[in-house]
Design a protein around this ligand. Structure first.
Ligand SMILES: Cc1cc2nc3c(=O)[nH]c(=O)nc-3n(C[C@H](O)[C@H](O)[C@H](O)COP(=O)(O)OP(=O)(O)OC[C@H]3O[C@@H](n4cnc5c(N)ncnc54)[C@H](O)[C@@H]3O)c2cc1C
Length: 301
């Protein structure tokens, strides 16, 4: 039987993959869907702590590397007999940006994060979201307090970034004022609720560091796009922590896809026309001007 072919298992009446490396450990009793027990034992419904009070928890998922191969085989039909290994096929698909098969895998997370992190996160428009309602519920009055190792000065050369870690004294000062303001925020919120101010108004005294929660469902293609942007050193540390937690899960769920993602996207480099011309010049041992050398250095910075 062809490595990538699919057959109907007569007992469970389900579609099962035959490729050994991508075979999962069993199938769901009711749906016949292949299950990945080793992965589920480690990650399913398990909270991964993020920042001081947040977390990421995988609450549901559909698909594995095998689902990507399965979808790709359908679209290639008989025409691709030469592409024989699943891993190679996944790598080929990712490298050449044939990305729709990666949308066959979906993940649903329960996440708890400060509102300012959620503000950045929500810019990723392809996810489905349901968030706790501050109009309906009384919010938990939990605020993010950064660790001293993550309190930095303003970066000098990147207006959006952080510079050196602040001195112990400056960091303590910052935390002192921050905690005082949190106390004031809490009092204003509680007093408003006591005075029967509507919850949707009472909450406006709460800061953007207040923790919120949501369910966030996204397909693998768009999740990898999110991870590319939010694992990057230019992303704010606080959202990077969540991206790293999700990356751990994704890596375990779809190891072949993850390998290709690291190779071609996360640690790969995209070159502009003028940048590739510089590389060509170098290859043919032509002398580069200092300005050209500096430009090249910037690519691999
Ligand atoms: C380090 C960093 C700094 C940032 N700074 C700022 C900032 O200062 N100000 C600011 O406003 N934003 C900022 N952003 C947010 C950024 O501009 C994007 O909104 C965010 O990264 C989401 O990217 P996206 O649109 O590619 O992804 P998604 O919304 O997740 O979409 C994924 C892909 O789907 C496609 N897509 C989705 N929706 C549409 C659509 N409506 N039309 C066409 N194609 C679509 C696109 O191909 C897109 O790349 C920053 C992001 C990062 C990572």
């Amino acid at each position: 039987m062809d490595d990538f072919s699919i057959f109907v298992d007569n007992q469970s009446n389900s579609f099962i993959h035959m490729n050994d490396e991508l075979t999962t450990e069993g199938s769901d009793k009711y749906t016949g869907r292949p299950t990945n027990l080793q992965f589920e034992r480690k990650f399913f419904n398990k909270k991964i702590d993020c920042l001081d009070k947040g977390f990421v928890r995988l609450v549901d998922y559909m698909g594995t590397d095998a689902s990507i191969v399965q979808a790709a085989r359908v679209s290639y039909g008989d025409g691709t007999k030469t592409v024989r290994e699943d891993k190679k096929l996944i790598d080929y698909l990712w490298k050449n940006e044939h990305l729709s098969p990666f949308e066959m895998v979906s993940l649903k997370f329960h996440c708890k994060m400060p509102i300012f992190v959620a503000r950045q996160w929500v810019r990723h428009r392809t996810a489905k979201i349901n968030e706790i309602s501050g109009r309906y519920s009384i919010l938990s009055e939990e605020f993010y307090v950064p660790d001293k190792n993550n309190i930095n000065s303003q970066c000098k050369d990147n207006k959006q970034g952080r510079g050196e870690i602040l001195s112990e004294v400056d960091a303590s000062n910052f935390l002192h004022h921050l905690n005082n303001s949190y106390e004031q925020n809490k009092i204003a919120y509680e007093l408003a609720l006591e005075d029967n101010v509507a919850r949707e108004l009472a909450r406006i005294s709460l800061p953007v560091s207040t923790y919120t929660e949501w369910y966030w469902k996204i397909d693998l293609r768009n999740l990898l796009h999110f991870l590319k942007l939010r694992l990057d050193s230019h992303a704010q540390y606080e959202i990077r922590v969540y991206a790293e937690a999700m990356a751990t899960i994704v890596k375990a769920l779809v190891p072949y896809t993850w390998e290709s993602f690291e190779e071609h996207t996360l640690y790969g480099t995209h070159l502009s026309r003028s940048q590739s011309n510089l590389i060509k010049k170098l290859m043919y041992s032509e002398e580069l001007t200092q300005e050209e050398k500096d430009k090249l250095k910037m690519i691999f910075k």
